[in-house]
Design a protein around this ligand. Sequence first.
Ligand SMILES: *Cc1c(COP(=O)(O)O)cnc(C)c1O
Length: 343
Amino acid sequence: MPSLDTKNIDWENLPFGYVKTDFNIRYYYKDGKWTGGDLFTDETIEVSIAAPALHYGQQAFEGLKAFNTKDGRIVVFRPDENSERINRSCERIKMPLIPKELFLEALKKVVIANKSYIPPYGTGASLYIRPLIFGNGQKIGLGPAPEYIFMILVTPVGPYYKGGFKPVKALVLDHFDRAAPEGLGDCKVGGNYAAGLPGGEYGHEKGFPIVLYLDSKEKKYVDEFGTSNFIGIKGDKYITPKSISILDSITNKSLAKIAEEYLGLKVERRPISIDELDSFDEIGAVGTAAVVTPVSELHFNDRIVKFGDSTGVGEKITKLYKTLTQLQYGEIEDKFGWLYEIK
Ligand SMILES: *Cc1c(COP(=O)(O)O)cnc(C)c1O
């Protein structure tokens, strides 16, 4: 049944959006236990009108990808990291933890069930995997939900950079915050994205596809872009902010390792002052969706700072991108054991 639809997918021109697949998987938490694990074809879910997820945003999610490798395997990139991270989010907003075995079983089942939606090797496309947990049941007073649903949906996504990189201009925001210093900026929760809408839309209106947030307390240091981490290359250094209000990106962590091991760069995780931005050679916005988006210009009040070559792309960021994507597609050795094979 699925193969009929998939034959019509134009893999190389898929946008980064939602395309219906055959199945999603769901688990339920109630009375201290997880049950479920069935595959559903239905794209809708039944939620209580009094669910804390709807009223108070008690929700967390993840994003990762599955690939068809060069040698014909199906692999998922570092799912153990996503399992740990969703549990850090759950812990913070008082949701039950999702056992690692359950998380990986869910992932395996839903990817296999939608196997024909994993883009063929060579198209540059991949299968985006979105795990999601939210508070359900009835509770109108503020407090943790009595019940939870954990689900995973998958959707094929196209290659971000088919005809080479498309560098972007970013607007530095000094009068919007996405997260408070001791709030939830380091958790992958929906509330941060709602908080990011005013700043993000302000940037869009001014013609910037992405915005860069500064630390909310002093507005002196770089935090991260709206939905991706900040990396800067300066000489032989890979520099990324240390801040309590940014999300610990798995892509960033992986690129930092590649920077050290393949490019011989020195990795620094430390506060990055806005006054230092002029001194970077290259800047990238990093995350699962695009891996790295080169940033050609940063606009900050009246200042414009340019990065990379005349097209806004730099040599080291290009190398980082190529190495990580080659590793994901099994074109080079998986020497760090990052690929989780699914059979
Ligand atoms: C998901 C996310 C990222 C990227 O994390 P990856 O694990 O690399 O996908 C960066 N910043 C924010 C705010 C995010 O939500």
